[in-house]
Ligand binder design. Sequence first.
Ligand code: SF4
Length: 366
Amino acid sequence: MSNTSKTDVKSLTKTELFEFCDKLGLPRYRTDQIFQWLYQKGAASFDEMTNLSKDLRSKLSEATYISRIELAEQQKSKDGTIKFLFRLSDKDKDYKIEAVLIPDFFPDGAANRLTVCVSSQVGCVFGCAFCATGKMGFFRNLSHGEVVDQVQYINEVSLKEYDKKITNIVYMGMGEPLHNYKTVVNSAAIIADPLGIGLSPKRITVSTVGLTKQIKKLADDEESFNLAISLHAPSDEKRDKIMPINSSMNLESLEQAVRHYYRKTKRQLTYEYLLFDNFNDSKEDARNLANIVKWAPSKVNIIMYNNVAGVELHRAREERLDTFIKELSKNEVRATVRRSRGDDIDAGCGQLAIREGAPKGKTIAK
Ligand code: SF4
């Protein structure tokens, strides 16, 4: 039987995999074994599943196949950041996605936090002005298997390079995660599963440009991973200029959704704020930002922008960053600064894929 008429076993959630195994008359522990091979050990074929009998392995490969992303390119920066370009398994397309391993080190040079930034879509429909992925347009959603593959692969690299497993995951790579809600929820469940990657949901963060319905749904569904709101501008006027989503979901509607989220979860809110030179980095911008975030316990991550070729916005200067931070702290806002990483390897999301010459997909940008 060709793969096209078979089920991709990694398109199934754990419950669906259990039902599938149950129909084959297999006991529960077989589901656990197969699940572990797929997501913890990254098995690319049933033959690798050596604790299953030969008969069972051939029965499984008659009915199903295992999809797997493949490494197309890997670059390591001087600062230890490693960027991965993966090829997806669509035979007739040349889809590629990116993921990044970002290490932090203790003073003695040993690895501390090892954060993986994963992609959730091929391209993105939202067309933010500062984003390389936004320039590609949208091609397709990733499956939960394709998201976990990125994490599983990079976890092995992390062990080899830094002698330590990954410690944190952020959904901040290519794509808007909440535009692919089901995949994000299903992949986060596998990442948190002890038979999957085994990372606590507290160490998983999903970022969004502000899809209001989905933010409310996350709270209603009681998902326990963290949420980060990509704000990037402190007024509708400025946000409209750089984020087309703001014309349909402005700051007021975003605040309503976030209030709903906070009422239900009582979790501290995290805002991401890319600091652009002479665009959103004045004292007044800092005061406006404080007014947006101060109503609930919150934290602002100021991100120093990785300049992207062809984009007019540029990284803010150090002295403006200092003034901005001081003004935030005067207004009692807790802020941390995330320095740009991997400058020497195109680590800004989408830069590798664009360089690889992806054609233009769907977009909502004007
Ligand atoms: S910043 Fe996020 S939502 Fe905006 S275009 Fe890039 S990937 Fe899409």
